[in-house]
Design a protein around this ligand. Structure first.
Ligand code: SF4
Ligand code: SF4
Length: 65
């Protein structure tokens, strides 16, 4: 599963583009900084490859197996 720190996310979208299974998307909601943060709506399909975490410039994503 992936855990995204929604309050630190700057909405750059790099993780969304990096996920080979297209599991990430922007939330309709915004965080306290005013950014649409990234969310994972399909945790059960995550293969824990960690590509999303590697590309995040703000180190907002943790991946668990
Ligand atoms: S760990 Fe891999 S499969 Fe899971 S959300 Fe991140 S990029 Fe996608
Ligand atoms: S790469 Fe990081 S900062 Fe950019 S949208 Fe994803 S979680 Fe947010």
């Amino acid at each position: 599963m992936v855990k995204i720190d929604q309050e630190r996310c700057k909405g750059c979208g790099l993780c969304i583009r990096a996920c080979p299974h297209k599991l990430l998307s922007f939330s309709q909601n915004v965080n306290k900084q005013g950014y649409h943060f990234a969310v994972c709506s399909y945790q059960e399909r995550c293969v824990s490859c960690a590509l999303c975490a590697e590309v995040c410039p703000d180190v907002c994503i943790e991946v668990y197996k």
